[in-house]
Design a protein around this ligand. Structure first.
Ligand SMILES: NC(=O)c1ccc[n+]([C@@H]2O[C@H](COP(=O)([O-])OP(=O)(O)OC[C@H]3O[C@@H](n4cnc5c(N)ncnc54)[C@H](OP(=O)(O)O)[C@@H]3O)[C@@H](O)[C@H]2O)c1
Length: 367
């Protein structure tokens, strides 16, 4: 990576100077200078958070999408239509202060947009993922010590955007952007993002059951570390990082200050939302014996080894990332979710009937 530790320390201290101001009060005002911000992928999950925050801060926003996802979401935001796959004509001949790239999943696409925008935007902020790290990630790693995930053929585009090679492709995308933009490239590496608009079941799974007052089956270790970040917290910090102008290199974007622990996390949310649910902890060994196809479980699934839930966020904290209480995130989601959405859509979890049957059997055996 081209960003040196020295460059990081310089930029972190500069940004830290404003981050030291009362965080949320500063964040809520308008920016000192209005920026022209291009958002690649504005109408999915995190794009709308970026757009709403950027507009509230007084910035001018342009978005670039194919026009397939929620095309009417922002009637007052300029929408350029095109495809990351070499249909970038709408971006030609335009200048912006910064770009936020939410929709880069293939290194060739990242290369094309970075090349086209070079000289036309000052800062290129690429939204990567902690999946860009190899499975060797350890709790002692930071952004600079952790190794990248790799894939056999870096030109292979046969996989779907979030498919098996997602992490290695994100790593390659970061490298493409950094090759072109050098220390003006910013690579944001989120873990589990949640909050209003989260299309996955990774937090909503629990919330749906809490709202219904169900007994809830929770698999595994009560002390399991879990990192969730509210999209609103993350995207607000990203926009402020662009305003500051000194962001550079990679940033792990995971919450909160310290990882949550499974039991206090879920009990805290249950109590704060006034739920009458009880939580029943069941070990994985018993569950796998009873339900061999159980697979993963929201959100206790699939992100890889446990260090992927204990990712170091010092660098983001030093540059002004702050977190609202997770209970507030939960209440926001409950207030705003689509009542008609299927509670069991998305990743992980058991259907309610199977969950109830397993709980019954567990109680019969264990008392
Ligand atoms: N959610 C998480 O927990 C998480 C964690 C780590 C990293 N991330 C990263 O965060 C980023 C944003 O995630 P998200 O959930 O907000 O994404 P998303 O919901 O999939 O949003 C995709 C956006 O990009 C546009 N888009 C998709 N393909 C395009 C293409 N070929 N050309 C042009 N525009 C295209 C879509 O609009 P159209 O369909 O109209 O084109 C939409 O506006 C992703 O890069 C993801 O890898 C997410």
């Amino acid at each position: 990576m081209q960003t040196t530790r020295r460059a990081f320390i310089l930029s972190a201290s500069a940004i830290g100077a404003f981050a030291a101001l009362p965080g949320s009060a500063f964040a809520q005002g308008t920016a000192r200078k209005s920026l022209d911000i291009l958002i690649l992928g504005g109408t999915g999950f995190i794009g709308p958070h970026e757009i709403n925050y950027a507009k509230a801060r007084g910035h001018n926003v342009t978005m670039f999408n194919r026009g397939k996802t929620a095309p009417d979401m922002f009637p007052d935001v300029e929408a350029l239509i095109g495809d990351r796959d070499d249909q970038l004509g709408a971006l030609k001949g335009r200048d912006w202060d910064a770009v936020i790239d939410n929709s880069g999943f293939y290194p060739r696409h990242a290369h094309l947009s970075a090349e086209l925008l070079h000289g036309h935007v000052d800062q290129y902020m690429f939204v990567s993922s902690i999946s860009a790290y190899s499975d060797d990630l350890s709790v002692d790693d930071d952004e600079f010590s952790a190794a990248y995930a790799v894939m056999d053929d870096p030109t292979d585009e046969s996989d779907s955007p979030y498919g098996r090679t997602y992490g290695a492709r994100k790593a390659l995308c970061e490298q493409e952007v950094t090759k072109v933009f050098g220390d003006r490239a910013i690579n944001i590496r989120p873990g589990i993002i949640t909050g209003t608009g989260d299309p996955t079941e990774r937090l909503r799974h629990w919330l749906k059951r809490m709202v219904a007052g169900n007994e809830i089956l929770v698999p595994g270790d009560e002390d399991l570390p879990v990192q969730y970040i509210d999209a609103a917290d993350m995207t607000g910090w990203m926009v402020r990082l662009l305003e500051d102008g000194n962001g550079s290199g990679p940033y792990n974007a995971v919450g909160a200050e310290e990882p949550y622990r499974a039991r206090p996390l879920l009990e805290g949310i249950r109590d704060a939302t006034g739920s009458k649910s009880t939580l029943t902890w069941i070990d994985w060994e018993w569950l796998r014996k009873e339900q061999p196809d159980i697979g993963g479980y929201a959100p206790w699934y699939g992100l890889g080894p446990i260090p992927f839930m204990q990712v170091n966020n010092d660098r983001a904290l030093a540059t002004g990332l702050t977190f609202r209480p997770i209970e507030e995130t939960a209440k926001d989601m409950i207030a705003k979710w689509d009542e008609n959405s299927d509670p069991l859509l998305g990743q992980g979890g058991l259907d309610l009937e199977t969950e109830a049957a397993l709980l019954k059997k567990w109680h019969a055996e264990k008392g």
